[in-house]
Design a protein around this ligand. Structure first.
Ligand code: ADE
Length: 219
């Protein structure tokens, strides 16, 4: 999958170059291209923002640099995403859907918003990562990219996807690794028993317990 990221702050995207996402780019499963929107400004000072017509707080991103930046990367099959608190709320299902595309374009807003005409010029999906407001679309873009990447074949093992929170509608059960005892705290006996049926049963019960405690709405 190719992912273009249009931003005024390219330096914010260094986290994409570590850990699992780095492995995925090294192996050619993912390809990131960070585009500086400022490079497309026709203003002599490379300005990309301006005051809102009608007044109001803060500045808006101007339509021209955004339009040209999108034009420079868009193809017939591109899916364009604009992270925004105004969008539909992101979840695993949306992430899985996005992972099916060959080409995604993330447009990162900043300041108080963008000139609305950009949504008339292109088919853009607005996605929110939750009911709170961040300073820009860069962190939400990375959250969405990280989440959808896990659904792409070869990025993580399919077993990891099957046994995690939300995969069966519940939150994930507690897990333990060696040592079997630490500071007097013992790993639950059943996990050391070698009895897979009992282990599965215990995990299901624990999943239910943690879901009941933290997320009644999922039950
Ligand atoms: N930009 C600012 N706040 C946001 C949010 N909650 N989700 C997505 N993009 C945003």
């Amino acid at each position: 999958m190719k992912i273009d990221i249009l931003t005024l702050f390219p330096e914010m995207f260094s986290p994409l170059n570590s850990s699992i996402l780095k492995r995925a780019t090294d192996s050619g499963i993912l390809e990131f291209n960070i585009v500086n929107i400022r490079d497309f400004s026709l203003d002599k000072h490379k300005k990309c923002d301006d005051y809102p017509f009608g007044g109001g707080a803060g500045m808006l991103m101007s339509v021209q640099p955004l339009y040209d930046a999108i034009k420079s990367v868009k193809t017939e099959n591109s899916k364009i995403i604009f992270p925004s608190p105004r969008g539909k709320v992101f979840n695993q299902k949306i992430a899985k859907g996005l992972s099916q595309f060959d080409h995604l374009i993330f447009v990162c807003g900043h300041y108080e918003g963008v000139d609305e005409r950009i949504f008339e010029l292109f088919d853009i999906e607005e996605i929110s990562i939750g009911d709170y407001v961040l300073t820009g679309g860069e962190l939400p873009s990375m959250v969405i990219i990280d989440t959808l990447s896990r659904f792409i074949n070869g990025v993580i093992s399919s077993e990891s996807l099957e046994n995690e929170s939300f995969s069966n509608g519940l939150l994930e059960y507690p897990q333990y690794t060696r040592p079997a005892e630490f500071m007097g705290l013992k790993v639950p006996e059943v996990l050391l028993s070698g009895n897979h049926q009992e282990v599965d049963k215990w995990r299901k019960e624990e999943s239910l317990k943690v879901t009941r405690k933290n997320r009644q709405d999922l039950l």
